[in-house]
Design a protein around this ligand. Structure first.
Ligand code: ZN
Length: 134
């Protein structure tokens, strides 16, 4: 998930930002890549959560009412990153990888269960979650 800045080429780190949409919706914990170069400090939304964000904005519509949304309730990746941020790990890169691996294993177990039960809808839901993180 490491990425180089498109402007200056420095390493970017992932941070969780709060985003305000249409001045009325506060969206908490949106994963954003931020350039490590202080002068540049270019930031952009993490690619793989863009679809979740777009979907959310579509649901909110053009004139949403005042509300607060926790993005990790919607986005699998955001959920994982919030979890990692809560850990006081010195090596967050390792923490991210471990957490993702654990989550993938967990989802695969669920997938096998859903499959053995012949629950198509559940299978699809789990598959969508997996696609977000692998
Ligand atoms: Zn930069």
């Amino acid at each position: 998930m490491l990425k180089k800045c498109s402007r200056c080429g420095s390493e970017m780190t992932i941070m969780l930002r709060n985003v305000v949409y249409r001045r009325s919706v506060k969206i908490y914990n949106v994963p954003v890549h931020v350039c490590g170069d202080y002068e540049c400090s270019h930031s952009q939304v993490v690619e793989i959560i863009k679809e979740d964000l777009k979907q959310l904005m579509k649901e909110l519509g053009p004139a949403p009412s005042q509300q607060e949304i926790e993005f990790e309730q919607i986005s699998e990746l955001s959920h994982l990153l919030v979890y990692v941020a809560d850990q006081s790990e010195t090596n967050q890169e390792t923490a991210v990888r471990t957490v993702v691996e654990n989550r993938v294993n967990e989802l695969l177990d669920l997938f096998l269960l859903a499959q053995s039960l012949g629950d198509e809808r559940w299978c699809t839901e789990i598959r969508n979650r997996l696609v977000q993180i692998v």
